[in-house]
Write a protein that binds this ligand. Sequence first.
Ligand SMILES: [Fe+2]
Ligand SMILES: [Fe+2]
Length: 280
Amino acid sequence: MFRIIQISDTHISPIKAHFAGNWAPLAEWITEQKPDLVIHTGDVTIDGADSDTDLRHCAGLLGEMGVPFRAVPGNHDVGDSNHRHQPVNPKRIARWNRYFGTDRWFLDIEEWRLIGFDAMLVGSLLPEEAAQLAWLDETMTQAEGRRSAWFLHRPLFIEAPDEGDTDYWSIKPEPRRVLLELMRRHHVALVASGHLHMAHDFERDGTRYIWGPSAGFLGGPQIIPPMPGERRLGAVRYEFDGNAVRAAVVEVPGLTEYWIDDVANEVYPAHGDTRAANAR
Ligand SMILES: [Fe+2]
Ligand SMILES: [Fe+2]
């Protein structure tokens, strides 16, 4: 059996320490759980997209736990596709890679192939996006019968695979179609994401989708609009056993319910965008 803890959206910075108080209880709880692996599904930092300091600090925090970890970048770590002020680009990805090794990876455990990739590239039309897509296809083609589980920051969709553009919240319909086709072809069994600061666990067309909750902060409906799932903090515990997986969203004792609504202007002063569009 292989035990994984998924954490997400910690949004930590040594400069803006608004949510940093949640790191100590989170790290302590993770250490007690003795997982085989920790996977962080992005928005590790407050502003790694522009700050070496944030990335260095957060990679250090994860490393200090003494538990093997992998991470995929979020929009606050490497910028976002087509963002006006912080577009994802090779320079930002190189900065992430300097501290976290790589923005895509795979790992074989039990009868599974865990695959982490960079959701911020999706829809960017950068050459790196096409390279990642080819890699994803190849990585699953060569999985030798292993079941695939994806880990990425932004969810593929909110309510339905064929829904329209949900703006900031899920992957755009066009690249989503491409990813869904890839999932169908390779029978992807699990898709775990972050970004929404909501917890959710549901099945759709034979795939289990898990939205990992933030371990950093919550957002009220003014900032994070009503959607399925639960507005709560926490983590996700997985037990991969043979070709099966058990998973549950769990509480992390000692987390403080910070609300981004109270501090959005301090933490994410809008670059002329709306406050909501910058905060999560
Ligand atoms: Fe986030
Ligand atoms: Fe995000």
